[in-house]
Design a protein around this ligand. Structure first.
Ligand SMILES: NC(=O)c1ccc[n+]([C@@H]2O[C@H](COP(=O)([O-])OP(=O)(O)OC[C@H]3O[C@@H](n4cnc5c(N)ncnc54)[C@H](O)[C@@H]3O)[C@@H](O)[C@H]2O)c1
Length: 260
């Protein structure tokens, strides 16, 4: 797909981190961008800077997502690109044992469900509502109508201690990529998934510098945390290259996560 002012995009999680980097990179190509996020202040500010629109959307809610698409499409027409970056990071062991009292607790299922609801169900809700619009649009070059880009994580493949819920949510995003590509193939809609490694975003920024340095040292090459620009560069290529479809790509400097 040629990225220019004739194309519009929706980026979830676009108020921050990887989504923000992608929204900015798309806008720099002239693409009209709608940001779906719950952080209204940050989302409005990014949208204003890039000449896009902000839609206050909670990806866990059908009506909220539908209203977001209504607003985005009223402003920019049918989106051809849907990038899903909205997500949350959670951590809890399958069984935890309190150090002081020795009390044993099974995994909190409310936390497990919330993680899957945002990361997996939220991604499916947004991409399916987006695809439902894309299939009504005219075909572009190569018969293409649109492209979806999802965000899983290397934790879909090598989840660490405490990542059962997060890995389950991202493993679902990873696993559904091929069947969705097959579902949408006749419609000319592609889908690909990025599995980021350890990226420097607000999700990470709160972390102690020493821990960040230790994480960077674990990455074979380049030995630094990934950036929103690294992510955006791949996301844009996945949009541009019509022959990449149904693929899941690690973006991780060759790291394989250890158990902890
Ligand atoms: N940072 C990393 O190292 C890393 C690694 C692997 C995968 N990821 C994934 O990349 C994606 C982006 O992460 P990031 O590091 O940029 O995080 P981030 O916290 O900077 O951005 C995530 C954005 O998603 C939004 N969001 C959260 N829940 C939402 C909801 N219910 N509805 C709408 N928006 C919601 C947040 O408001 C936030 O703006 C996430 O899916 C994350 O799991 C990040």
């Amino acid at each position: 797909m040629k990225l220019d002012g004739s194309i519009s995009a929706v980026v979830t999680g676009g108020a921050s981190g990887l989504g923000e980097g992608t929204a900015r990179a798309l806008a720099a190509q002239g693409v009209k961008v709608a940001i779906f996020d719950m952080q209204a202040d940050k989302g409005e500010a990014v949208a204003a800077e890039i000449g896009g629109v902000f839609c206050n959307v909670d990806v866990t809610d059908d009506a909220s997502v539908a209203a977001g698409f209504e607003k985005a499409r009223a402003a920019h027409g049918q989106e051809r690109i849907c990038v899903n970056c909205a997500g949350i990071a959670t951590g809890m062991k399958t069984v935890s044992r309190k150090k002081d009292t020795g009390e044993i607790k099974a995994h909190d299922m409310a936390q497990f469900e919330r993680t899957v609801r945002v990361n997996l169900f939220g991604t499916m809700r947004v991409l399916s509502q987006s695809a439902a619009g894309m299939v009504t649009a005219d075909r572009l070059d190569d018969g293409e109508r649109g492209v979806i880009i999802n965000t899983a994580s290397v934790a879909a493949q090598d989840g660490q201690i405490g990542q059962a819920a997060y890995s389950a949510s991202k493993g679902g995003v990873f696993a559904m990529t091929l069947p969705i590509a097959r579902d949408l193939a006749q419609e000319g809609v592609r889908i690909n998934t990025i599995l980021p490694g350890i990226m420097w975003t607000p999700m990470m920024a709160g972390m102690d510098q020493k821990i960040q340095d230790a994480l960077a040292a674990m990455i074979p090459f380049p030995s630094r945390l990934g950036t929103p620009q690294d992510y955006a560069s791949l996301a844009l290529e996945l949009a541009r290259n019509v022959y990449i479809n149904g693929e899941c790509i690690r973006l991780d400097g060759a790291i394989r996560l250890a158990p902890r």
